[in-house]
Every structure is written in structure tokens, then in C-alpha cells.
Design a protein around this ligand. Structure first.
Ligand SMILES: [Zn+2]
Length: 368
């Protein structure tokens, strides 16, 4: 019995693998974007070939790495160019503005979890500096879109065991919360106030924090519409469902996907399966995409306003990714409701050209 069952599993796994492989080798007309994240892949152009020859039609790079020459080079290759924009993780800002430091439940500066430094989301000077930089990137470069990155609270979540302290209980955040939600708070030490906000006022507090982060997205959208209308607004965001880690997406990270989606064109989940504890289970990628599609009613059909383009992990980070897994990762990354995909990340992959070859082979195979 045991042997028979085991044998059946082997047979089933093998046939699933063959089916996945066959599917991976056929065009996927619903996939609009076959991208690379992390800069211009110059190594692929050295022998005179083009990005199109490699099946690549989009490149993402940090907004600080944009240059007119790079944008022109990528466009001449027929690729779309997208910028990544750091919203809540410009740690250097705190050097001259310590009052933008996130405050913990004890009323003191909250140490950076795993070294990941966030910023108080209600600091007006920080917000203005980010909005100005966002406008500048859109004004200066002929980009096809810009993606928000690190748009979440002071927390280190890009790991198998996330570290997500409760913040920000600075007087500015607490006063704004009390005023905007008409919540009466007693006088008392910061620890007592934090206890109330996380206790009897938790529901109001969580929604208010989410609304603060959503309002940033609203303003980014308004700036994009004024500065480069037609460019796409995307976001790189946590791939968890609303129940993963006890609802931490909203409760801890302050991400209200339904509310933010009103201002976004593209949601780029970050299902880094190997980094996040799913190294042997690339199907986790498509499960998370399927959840998001259901949550936001995105089916992956042409003409839909909202799109899902996951950024999937091929570079080694946390756990290494064998070349033999590249097909499976891209297969799960390109399943509906996803209509685009990009790989993380070029600076790691450029040292592992065997994986790059597997990736470009897959990209060429799924081209419509
Ligand atoms: Zn604050």
C-alpha cells in the first residue's frame, strides 16, 4: 500500500512536471511584459544581439540610476523603461531630521528591525522631499512608468521570519490620529497611549495608519498625472494574503491593497519564494498571485485597468536558486491573473549567466 501510494505520487509528479514544462514552452499571449529588474543588462548586448533577441521587453532600474543615455539605449532596443522609487526607506534623511524617526511603544526611537530603517509616515518635510524627488524623476526622464518601493511601515518583512515592531507613536502621529478619527485619548505616558491604540482603539488605529500610507499613493498619482500623464504607476509590495502572519499586511505594514489600488495601474507582488521560506515550492508564487487577483477582482484579461506583474526571484538571496528551477519560477510567475513578470535581480544574475540563458529561453518561448 505504502509503496503503491508512493509510486502513484511519483507518476503524478512526473506527469505534472511534463505538463508544466509543455505549458512553459508555449506562447502566453496574456503576458505583456517580460522584464528584468536592476539596471541595463549590458552583458546581453555585447555580441551585437538585442534585448528583443533575448525575449526581454522591459527593464526596471532605481530612479537614482536613470540617465538620459540609459533610457535612450533601452528604448532603442524596443524595451519599455520603468523606474523604481524608494518611498519610506531613505534612511539618510534621519541624519539631519531625527524627528522623522519612527517611535516605538515605549515612546523612544524604535531600533531598525534587522537594520531596516523606516521613516515616520506623517513627517511633512520627509513627505515633501519624496514627492519632489518623484516629480523630478518623471519630469527629467522619458520613462514608461514608476514603481513605488518600500511603501510600508518600519518593518523588516523581506525574510522568512518577518520582524515588524509596532510604530509610530510619535506625538505628531498620535495627535493626527486623535484629531482625524475624533478619538479621545487621555493624558499619560507614551506606553499607556500605545497600549490603548493597540488595544481598545486597534481597529481605528490600523485603518488610520493604512489611510496615511494610501494618501501618499493618492499624491504620487496626482503628481504622475500632472507630470507625465500616460506613464504607469506601479508598486512593489508584500506578496502576503490578508490572513498571512495574522493579517500583518494591514495590521503591521499598513498596506490597504484595495484602497491603494484605486490610484495604481500595476501591482508587482514580490514573491521571493527562496528568500521567504518556500525554496522548494515555486507554486507558492502563483498561489499568492491567484489570491491577489481574487482580492482585487483582477482576472488577467486584456483591457483591465489593474494589472498584476509579479517580480520573481532568480538571483540567490537567502537560499540559492538552482538553474533547474528557473522554468518553474517563471512558469508560476506568468500564470493568470498575472499579465507580466520581471526577474529579481540583474546585479546578482549577471554573475550567473547559466540562469540568464534559462530565463531568456523561457522568455523567447512564451512570446506571443
Ligand atoms: Zn510618527
Amino acid at each position: 500500500m505504502f509503496f503503491a501510494r508512493k509510486y502513484l505520487i511519483v507518476v503524478l509528479s512526473a506527469s505534472c512536471w511534463i505538463a508544466a514544462r509543455a505549458e512553459a514552452e508555449t506562447p502566453r499571449p496574456h503576458i505583456e511584459i517580460r522584464g528584468i529588474y536592476g539596471g541595463v543588462p549590458t552583458e546581453l548586448l555585447e555580441d551585437g544581439s538585442t534585448l528583443a533577441d533575448h525575449g526581454i521587453n522591459a527593464v526596471w532600474m532605481g530612479s537614482g540610476s536613470l540617465t538620459t543615455e540609459r533610457v535612450a539605449l533601452l528604448k532603442s532596443q524596443g524595451a519599455r523603461v520603468f523606474a523604481e522609487f524608494n518611498t519610506m526607506h531613505v534612511a539618510s534623511y534621519l541624519k539631519d531630521h531625527p524627528d522623522a524617526t519612527p517611535i516605538g511603544t515605549d515612546g523612544d526611537a524604535c531600533p531598525a528591525p534587522q537594520g531596516w530603517q523606516g521613516i515616520c509616515p506623517t513627517h511633512p518635510g520627509y513627505r515633501k522631499s519624496r514627492m519632489d524627488a518623484f516629480r523630478q524623476a518623471l519630469a527629467d526622464f522619458e520613462i514608461d512608468g514608476i514603481w513605488l518601493d518600500y511603501h510600508h511601515s518600519h518593518a523588516s518583512w523581506e525574510r522568512a521570519e518577518p520582524d515588524m515592531p509596532d510604530t509610530c507613536f510619535c506625538p505628531r502621529c498620535v495627535d493626527r490620529f486623535a484629531r482625524e478619527t475624533e478619538t479621545k485619548l487621555p493624558d499619560g505616558p507614551p506606553s499607556r497611549i500605545a497600549e490603548l491604540l493597540l488595544g481598545q482603539h486597534a481597529e481605528t488605529w490600523i485603518q488610520w495608519r493604512c489611510d496615511v500610507f494610501t494618501d501618499w499613493v493618492r499624491e504620487f498619482r496626482a503628481i504622475l498625472n500632472q507630470t507625465r500623464p500616460g506613464a504607469l504607476l506601479g508598486t512593489f509590495h508584500c506578496p502576503w494574503s490578508d490572513t498571512d502572519f495574522d493579517g500583518a499586511l494591514r495590521n503591521k505594514l499598513a498596506i490597504d491593497l484595495k484602497a491603494q489600488a484605486e490610484y495604481l495601474d500595476v501591482l508587482s507582488t514580490m514573491p521571493y519564494h527562496a528568500r521567504f521560506g518556500h525554496a522548494a515550492d515555486p507554486a507558492w508564487i502563483s498561489r499568492q498571485t491567484a489570491w491577489l487577483g481574487k482580492h482585487l477582482e483582477i482576472r488577467g484579461e486584456s483591457g483591465e485597468r489593474l494589472r498584476i506583474w509579479p517580480i520573481v526571484q532568480l538571483a540567490d538571496w537567502g537560499e540559492s536558486i538552482p538553474v533547474g528551477q528557473v522554468d518553474a519560477v517563471l512558469d508560476h510567475g506568468t500564470r493568470k491573473p498575472a499579465t507580466g513578470v520581471m526577474v529579481f535581480h540583474w546585479s546578482g544574475l549577471r554573475k550567473q549567466m547559466d540562469k540568464v540563458s534559462a530565463m531568456t529561453e523561457f522568455y523567447r518561448a512564451i512570446r506571443p
